[in-house]
Design a protein. Structure first.
Length: 81
């Protein structure tokens, strides 16, 4: 699902718009295979797909900032490739 802004993603997912590392421009529900994008750029989609590829099963976001940044960097590198 593509929204015009991160506000739309926040409303649709009932999650906060702001996270510790900034604005949440996309969210994914890996159990249901749904991706919510807050901007209509291909990079956002590829970052979310990168999370599916590079995050370990059962990974819990927000418990280790260094690990979160490392995983996000992998996903962003995949998106820009």
């Amino acid at each position: 699902m593509v929204f015009q802004s991160p506000e739309g993603v926040a409303r649709a997912t009932m999650q906060p718009q702001q996270e510790a590392m900034g604005e949440a421009v996309s969210r994914s529900n890996l159990r249901r295979g749904v991706v919510y994008l807050g901007r209509s750029t291909p990079e956002d989609l590829y970052v979310e797909l990168g999370k599916w590829f590079f995050y370990e099963e059962g990974y819990k976001w927000g418990q280790n900032r260094a690990a979160d940044l490392r995983h996000l960097q992998l996903a962003e590198s995949f998106a820009t490739y």
